[in-house]
Design a protein around this ligand. Structure first.
Ligand code: F6P
Length: 531
């Protein structure tokens, strides 16, 4: 397989950018091309996407689709949905899509990849269904257990970001239910502030860790257990407030959970990637917050997006179009970051979730086969909810020297917002997208905004479980597309190991007193810490 930059399409796109698109005038494009909006916007499950304010000319999408074909993107997509080992460095499948697939295959049934499912995939689907039923039963038990008022979810990275985003976004459905708390950071201030107001008797702990080895999660889980016992809890299973009753493990390593002393475990397999796991047992806090029916609706919305990604024609395949546009901005337009601006309080943690999804999936420099990449890959993903961002960093987006594509995500229906407030919110988002494109030609330089700044507008029909599931699945597949163009394995994360290893080394040196070979800066910092 050629490296992406060795393809014919890549050279054509470079020329296209240099000779035509670099000088694009977005406003003029709308005047010249009456079909621009139609050609560059579309429906997809539970949402509408407007790509027309992006640096795209009429020929750009076709050239990008040719790049996808030459990089084998659709073949890799089909391999993922066929349950093949697309996670090449760990020899695993990446079947987060299976977690939301109905037992009968649902909308994937009869598709070419589904016909390639072997017995292991069919067995995995049965296992997924069993675990889902067990998880939903447990969730409903907790929801109806009046003695439990608080649920503390302990996890980090993909073992908490997804559940946190969804629980917050669906807060309207969770009203009056259990209070769900998330603890991730190893900074004891976080778990301390969560535990302080709680009552041991009324608290359920969820220890969420795929590996059940992550240092932060283990340290926090031990702190929770120590607190629980100090408050009168017991390790005796027969005790009314036992570890067994008040702790549940969500992990791919049930034996490790048992060694910790947790006997209630909801499991999942290693083909669930950490940052793709909210659909699995890791999603228990979601089901506790919103109930079984809403959790199934979340899965169904994601499944609809899966089917769209698999079946929609390339020209109207939204994950494909967005993923290709991410490559376009990163490698041809030279834009090194993307701003996520969710105009929705409920989606306020979406930027943080997408940071891990995109930067941990595609922030890499070698291909699946270990060959060095000669082109930039994942952009820096950052952002804050609107309208807050308008009072923080939109100044730079409008008048700064760096162009940053902005992703507006808004919700058509007010949901839990106050109607007047919601209308102001979404009109502000529309106005900001327009201002980025149109700019201003004020006479005084300091009032001038260059304009011509690109943005994408995603409008969810409503902030309900199905639309949220579709949105998150859209981003999962979009990241897959750009990774597939770059030839990256988007499902491993070897880069996080070095930092963990060097932290362990410092702890060991602290114990041994041997600082040979440690650079002066590191040594001085440890001295500053009193070591
Ligand atoms: O950041 C590294 C990472 O492995 C993530 O991929 C993962 O989501 C997180 O740490 C937590 O891992 P675990 O679920 O195994 O505790």
């Amino acid at each position: 397989m050629l490296l992406c930059h060795e393809t014919t399409a890549w050279a054509r796109l470079q020329a296209h950018w240099r000779q035509e698109v670099r000088a694009i005038d977005l406003c003029a494009q709308f005047e010249r091309d009456g079909d621009r909006l139609t050609a560059l916007s579309q429906r997809a499950p539970h949402l509408w996407a407007d790509l027309s304010k992006n640096w795209l000319l009429p020929d750009t999408p076709a050239l990008l689709l040719q790049l996808a074909r030459e990089c084998g993107v659709m073949a890799w997509r089909d391999a993922m949905f066929a349950g093949e080992a697309v996670n090449t460095t760990e020899q695993r499948a990446a079947m987060h899509w299976l977690l939301r697939t109905p037992l009968d295959g649902g909308r994937l049934a009869g598709s070419a990849p589904q016909r390639r499912w072997d017995a292991s995939v069919r067995e995995a689907l049965r296992e997924v269904d069993e675990t889902l039923q067990a998880m939903l039963r447990l969730a409903e038990q907790v929801r109806s257990d009046g003695s439990i008022t608080d649920v503390v979810h302990i996890g980090i990275g993909g073992s908490y970001l997804g559940p946190e985003v969804v629980v917050q976004a669906l807060q309207g459905l969770a009203h009056g239910g259990k209070r769900i708390h998330f603890v991730a950071n190893v900074d004891g201030a976080e778990i301390g502030s969560v535990l302080r107001p709680l009552r041991m008797q009324a608290t359920l702990f969820l220890v969420a860790s795929k590996s059940f080895t992550t240092a932060e999660t283990m340290m926090n889980a031990h702190a929770a257990r120590d607190w629980f016992l100090a408050q009168g809890g017991s390790e005796e299973a027969a005790h009314p407030h036992s570890i067994a009753r008040h702790f549940v493990a969500l992990t791919a390593q049930p034996e490790a959970a048992a060694r910790f002393g947790i006997t209630r475990t909801l499991g999942f397999r290693d083909w669930v990637g950490g940052r793709y796991s909210l659909w699995s047992a890791i999603g228990l806090p979601i089901a506790i917050a919103v109930g079984a029916q809403a959790f199934r609706a979340l899965l169904a919305g994601a499944h609809e997006m899966d089917a769209h990604f698999l079946a929609a024609a390339p020209e109207a395949n939204l994950p494909l179009r967005l993923g290709l546009m991410d490559v376009w901005y990163r490698d041809f337009c030279g834009l090194a970051s993307r701003c996520i601006a969710p105009y929705s309080h409920g989606l306020r943690r979406l930027p943080a979730y997408l940071q891990q999804l995109e930067m941990e999936s595609n922030g890499k420099g070698v291909t699946r086969e270990g060959r060095p990449l000669h082109v930039p890959t994942a952009p820096v993903i950052w952002g804050e909810p609107g309208t807050n961002g308008q009072h923080a960093f939109f100044q730079m987006l409008h008048q700064g020297q760096d162009v940053v594509p902005v992703e507006f995500i808004a919700v058509r229906e007010p949901g839990g917002s106050l109607p007047g407030h919601h209308h102001d919110l979404v009109v502000n988002a529309v106005a900001q997208a327009r201002a980025l494109m149109a700019g201003s030609s004020a006479s005084e330089p300091h009032r001038r905004s260059p304009g011509n700044r690109p943005s994408t507008f995603v409008l969810l029909d409503r902030l309900d479980p199905a639309a949220l599931g579709a949105l998150i699945a859209l981003y999962e597949h979009r990241v897959f597309v750009s990774g597939a163009v770059w030839g990256i394995n988007s499902f491993d994360q070897w880069g996080v190991e070095l930092g963990k290893c060097l932290a362990r080394d410092l702890f060991e040196r602290e114990r041994s007193g041997n600082w040979d070979g440690v650079d002066p800066s590191t040594r001085a910092l440890m001295v500053q810490l009193g070591v």
